[in-house]
Design a protein around this ligand. Structure first.
Ligand SMILES: Nc1ncnc2c1ncn2[C@@H]1O[C@H](COP(=O)(O)OP(=O)(O)OP(=O)(O)O)[C@@H](O)[C@H]1O
Ligand SMILES: [Mg+2]
Length: 236
């Protein structure tokens, strides 16, 4: 279980996240919602270790991650797909995937098998496997970012606005794929999204941030179906 306890995060002045408590069960897909500047990215960056909290803790299975460096959190199974992609633009799709699997699979044939599995999941990447990162479309790049994170078989995936800049059809494909992966592998997903409808369509639970606090925490289906809740907290 991923757990945030009395978490307070600040950049310079007053806290952006203020004494936040949140437990995320294994295998759950949680949509992290809220207006621009609500603190979604900040929470994800604190979970992955890019930001240190001012107070409070992030725990994974009861282990305090506070003093665990980013790369060691990755080894513990925490993978982040940052806003704005993680593709190496000078490398091919295939090289990017092998790089993503490097530390996880020492054995080359194991790594090849893992890369092949990613091509099975992401058909368009197979067709573009020799293309360089900078030659990919936004959607293809987003798929590659996701595949690079998934190839290391993380337990928890932290995703920051994967739908950004993508066509609705591509967003739908990505979301379906995330849900299927979570169902098949027990992957836990914390999904920050402005695309509320898409995120709630695959999430188990919706958590709305406002002014550094959780203002709503409800089953995704309830949140999607309740016009009053949607109006009050999500603006539609
Ligand atoms: N590097 C930074 N330095 C100082 N303040 C920052 C920094 N990054 C974010 N902030 C501030 O922290 C607050 C939360 O920002 P954050 O990026 O976490 O919001 P968000 O919910 O991800 O918003 P969006 O939906 O626009 O991505 C905002 O007020 C923002 O201005
Ligand atoms: Mg953000």
């Amino acid at each position: 279980m991923l757990s945030f306890q009395s978490l307070t995060v600040a950049y310079t002045g007053s806290p952006v996240i203020d004494e936040l408590n949140l437990d995320i069960q294994d295998g759950a897909v949680v949509a992290l919602l809220g207006a621009n500047g609500a603190g979604k990215s900040t929470l994800l960056r604190t979970a992955s270790g890019l930001l240190a909290p001012r107070a409070g803790r992030v725990q994974l299975d009861g282990q305090d991650l506070t003093s665990v460096a980013v790369e060691n959190r990755v080894r513990l199974g925490l993978a982040q797909v940052p806003e704005g992609r993680s593709v190496v633009t000078e490398l091919s799709v295939d090289e990017n995937l092998h790089l993503g699997g490097l530390w996880r699979y020492r054995d080359r044939s194991d790594r090849n098998a893992a890369v092949d599995q990613m091509y099975e999941m992401f058909e368009p990447l197979w067709r573009r496997r020799m293309s360089l990162g900078h030659e990919l479309s936004g959607g293809e790049r987003q798929m590659l970012s996701l595949a690079r994170a998934l190839i290391s078989e993380p337990r928890v995936l932290l995703l920051d606005e994967p739908s950004l800049g993508l066509a609705p059809r591509v967003v739908a494909q990505l979301m379906t794929l995330l849900r299927e992966t979570a169902d098949r592998t027990g992957l836990t997903v914390l999904l920050a999204e402005q695309n509320v409808t898409s995120a709630l369509s695959i999430a188990d639970r919706g958590v709305v941030l406002g002014l550094g606090e959780i203002v709503v925490d409800a089953p995704a289906a309830d949140l999607a179906a309740d016009p009053a809740l949607r109006q009050a907290y999500l603006g539609f």
